[in-house]
Design a protein around this ligand. Sequence first.
Ligand SMILES: Cc1cc2nc3c(=O)[nH]c(=O)nc-3n(C[C@H](O)[C@H](O)[C@H](O)COP(=O)(O)O)c2cc1C
Length: 160
Amino acid sequence: MSKKLVAYFSVSGVTAKVAQEIAAVEGADCFEIRPETPYTAADLDWRNPASRSTVEMKDLNCRPALAGSVQNMGDYGVVFVGFPIWWGREPSAVDTFLTAYDFGGKRIVPFCTSGGSDIGETAQRIQALVGEHACVDAGKRLGGEVSEADLKIWTEGLQL
Ligand SMILES: Cc1cc2nc3c(=O)[nH]c(=O)nc-3n(C[C@H](O)[C@H](O)[C@H](O)COP(=O)(O)O)c2cc1C
């Protein structure tokens, strides 16, 4: 049976916590998507049009370099991909991750946390990034305080 991976990007820990809970419920491995240059508080200031995150997110082709990689991606049949919503979509570092591997034949299950925005059209963007040979779920916004019981209901419904 192929293994499951929970890959996540998180700057303030909310998505990281949910990712670890999903990994525990699913018996999945965890991988943190880490940018080579970590984001500072100033980088994350969405009110500043010149901040790193604002500049990166305005450029749909921005692919910030990552630190580390998944050496055994071939072992995984299901890859959960978690991230905070930035400017209504997945952060650019997640785009780097999604374009760094061959996801052909895999199922990708996106999930996000946010200040309130839903996952929107992020799954369609992810599908375009990974190509038609991967199967991308619609994905789900999960509150930072989602219970283990609710996570189990969600993952059981996925029928992985
Ligand atoms: C640069 C930036 C942009 C954001 N844009 C949005 C947004 O468009 N909609 C929203 O609901 N929350 C937005 N947020 C809030 C985060 O999605 C939210 O705080 C998230 O849970 C943080 O997850 P993390 O702790 O894993 O980084 C933004 C946060 C940052 C830093």
